[in-house]
Write a protein that binds this ligand. Structure first.
Ligand code: ADP
Ligand code: ASP
Ligand code: MG
Length: 410
């Protein structure tokens, strides 16, 4: 008997009709003789609406209370889905993250799963129940409710699949799979039949919302096979898997496999930093202590023993970063800082880049030919990212998708 974990995103359970349709689909997986664990997100725009509501009552809501509030979205959808399944004659039970044994660290709003105690889940499965687990949430050792970051239900699903040693983790969403870029921006984007964990991890980290980055990390670590597919049709989607399996697939060799973009970026510059050992360490230690993730970093050339340091963070962390910089600026003797939230990151990803020189150059040429200025650059073995003006981001996605011929069927 196979164990299948299925995850349904917000758009798949947007209203009562959708929930009933999803219940039927889950039921048919169960009827085929599988043990089924389902992870659900909050219905439709519930999470966004709850965030808006919080902002109406407080300028800077405490993160603990935000987690308390946002976790209710998923609690609604699991209960409703379990009711719909029971109504169809299936034995089903809904569980919160805590009831499902999901233990996290205490970093509210971006917690990481530390472990999963699957005792309750296994008990429920042995009673032939379909188990519906609230995505995106967990609990700390101190019994505090936490959330895993926007889009975090994917991570709940993959982590449960790892804990239960499931045969597959199916991620049901509103597109047919993982595409060469966001199909909502480039209608000619091509669906990938398979993608390696490493490439998917880069795409997800660089903004491809289709999978939460941490879910891919966990899948890679525990070898969980992910199948990203549509909840609106029966088509085969995209398999996310290890490189060994990828090698068995004969697909046109594509140096660049995808283009990703991220608007949740802000650029910060600290001016006239004394160019002595310790300046950068103090700055980035102070940011790390506040759990602020820094992405790209550029230090300008030294002039008169001073330098400028620019770096990028997520927009969500900008307010906290300003507080840290106001304080650290005095401590390290820097003159001033500025910030810019009208920037965005455009990236190309592909494992073939390591062995193909000239890929970055082609990217820069394509942007230059279209008059798009590059403000920062970062590279790794399988990706190149550029910071550009945010209003040009969609244009840049289209240009690069075409420049690397990603609109041709594989
Ligand atoms: P869910 O609510 O099911 O979790 P998300 O909105 O989080 O759905 O993720 C699906 C969305 O991801 C798609 O609607 C699509 O616009 C976006 N997306 C971005 N990049 C890609 C990509 N490369 N392939 C597929 N979808 C992508
Ligand atoms: N409901 C959460 C969000 O909107 C988690 C998720 O959908 O995965 O971010
Ligand atoms: Mg999502």
């Amino acid at each position: 008997m196979a164990i299948i974990v299925q995850k349904f995103g917000g758009s798949s359970v947007a209203n009562a009709e959708c929930i009933k349709r999803v219940a039927k689909r889950i039921g048919s997986t169960y009827d085929k003789g599988n043990q089924v664990v389902v992870v659900v997100s909050a219905m439709g725009d519930t999470t966004d609406n709850l965030i808006d509501l919080a902002k109406q009552v407080a300028k800077n809501p405490p993160k603990r209370e935000m987690d308390m509030l946002l976790s209710t979205g998923e609690q609604q959808s699991v209960a409703l889905l379990a009711m719909a399944l029971n109504d169809l004659g299936y034995r089903s039970v809904s569980l919160t993250g805590q009831q499902a044994g999901i233990l996290t660290d205490p970093v509210h709003s971006k917690s990481k799963i530390l472990s999963i105690d699957s005792t309750r889940l296994e008990e429920e499965l042995s009673l032939n129940r379909i188990v519906i687990v609230a995505g995106f949430q967990g609990v700390t050792e101190e019994n505090e409710i936490t959330t895993l970051g926007r889009g975090g239900s994917d991570t709940s699903a993959v982590a449960l699949a790892a804990a239960l040693n499931a045969d597959v983790c199916e991620i049901f969403t509103d597109v047919d799979g993982v595409y060469t870029t966001d199909p909502r921006i480039v209608p000619k984007a091509q669906k990938l039949s398979a993608i390696s964990y490493d490439e998917m991890l880069e795409l997800a980290c660089l903004g491809a919302a289709v999978l939460h980055p941490r879910s891919v990390e966990i899948a890679k670590e525990f070898g969980v096979k992910i199948h990203v597919r549509s909840s609106f049709n029966e088509n085969i989607g995209t398999i996310v898997q290890g490189v060994e399996e990828m090698n068995k697939i004969v697909e046109k060799e594509m140096v660049v496999r995808g283009v990703a973009y991220d608007l949740n970026v802000a650029k910060v510059t600290l001016f006239d930093v004394p160019d002595i050992p310790g300046s950068a360490s103090k700055l980035f230690r102070a940011l790390a202590d506040e759990k602020i993730n820094v992405d790209m970093i550029i230090q300008s050339q030294q002039r008169d023993n001073i330098t400028d340091i620019s770096f990028t963070i997520t927009k969500d962390d900008l307010e906290k970063t300003k507080e840290v910089l106001a304080d650290i600026k005095e401590k390290i003797g820097a003159r001033e800082f500025s910030y810019d939230s009208d920037v965005a990151k455009i990236s190309i990803v592909g494992a073939g880049m390591i062995t193909n020189p000239g890929v970055a150059a082609r990217m820069f040429e394509a942007l230059a030919e279209n008059n798009i200025n590059i403000e920062m650059i970062a590279t790794s073995e399988i990706k190149v990212s550029c910071i550009i003006r945010s209003e040009l981001i969609k244009k840049a996605v289209v240009i690069l998708h075409e420049a690397f011929e990603l609109d041709q069927p594989a």
